[in-house]
Write a protein that binds this ligand. Sequence first.
Ligand code: ATR
Length: 287
Amino acid sequence: MIQKIDGKTKVLGLIGNPVEHTISPSIHNILSYKLGMNYVYVPFCVNKGMLEKAIDGARALNIEGLNITVPYKEQVINNLIKVTPLARQIGAVNTLKLTSGGYIGYNTDADGLNASLVKNNIKLNKSSIVIIGAGGAAKAVGMLCAREKCKQITIINRTISKGEKLADNIRQYYDTEIKVIGLNKIYNISPFDIAIQTTPIGMSPQILDNPIIDDKFYNKFHTAVDLIYNPRKTQFLLKAEKNGLKILNGFEMLFYQGVKAYEIWNDIKISEEILEDVMINILNQYR
Ligand code: ATR
C-alpha cells in the first residue's frame, strides 16, 4: 500500500498472539498511503514469555508506534515508563508511543467506541446501559459509559463475581449507579436504553451462538451494539434488528481505535473526509 520502502521508511506494528486475522495493517497502511506518510505497519506474533524482549527490541529498533492486542494488553503495562490515566483505569493498554525514555502506554478502545457511537448518533449520556460480559473489552466499555455520565449501568455476566469486580473497578473512579445480574436472571431486567455486547459469543466461526436467546429481552431497549465485527451481524444483532431495534457492530470501533492510535503516534488530527475514504477502502477490501 505504501508507494516505496526506502532508507527513511519508519516501521509501526502490532504485537499479539495470534495476529493472523487482524485488519489493523490495512487500517494503518491505507492511512499512511492517503496521508502520504512514509510508514509501514506490520503484525508481530510474539510468543509467550517473549513480550519484554519484544518491547526492548522494538525500542532498540526505534519502532515509534505499536498496537498491543490479546493476550498482552494488561501484561505490557510492566514494560512501559508511563501509562495514561484512562489506560490505568481500564487496566489495559493497546497503543504504545516511543519517547526518549521508553514507551508510553495509551488505551484507544474506549475512545474508538465513543467515536463510533457518536458517528451513529447513539448517546451514552443520560442513557441506561446494559453491558453483556465482564471481560477485558467490557472494562473499556464500562469506563467509557461512566465517563460519559450515563444514567445507570447493568452488567450481565455468566460469572457474577467477575461482574462485581468490574463494577467495583468502575466505582473506584465514578459514582455511577451499577447493578450486576447473572446471565440466567435477565428475565426480570427493567427497561433500559442501550445494550452493548462485549463477549466473544457469536464471533466467527461460532456464528450461530447468541449470549441472549430470550425474545422478551429484545423488547426492553432501543439500540443494540455488538463489539464483534465478524460476522457483520451476529445472532444478537440479527435478533435485535428483527425486533425493530437500531443496531451497530464493532467495525467502526475497531477502525476508530486504530485512527486514534495513528493520531497519537503522529500528533495529528485526521480529517473526516480522509477517514471516510479510508473506511470505504477497508470495507471494500473485506466485503
Ligand atoms: P475479552 O478480554 O475479549 O473481553 P475475556 O476476558 O475472556 O475476553 O471475557 C470474555 C467474557 O465473555 C466474559 O464476561 C465471559 O464470561 P465469564 O466472566 O463468566 O467467563 C464471557 N463469556 C465467554 N464465553 C462465554 C459463554 N460461553 N457463555 C457465557 N459467557 C461467556
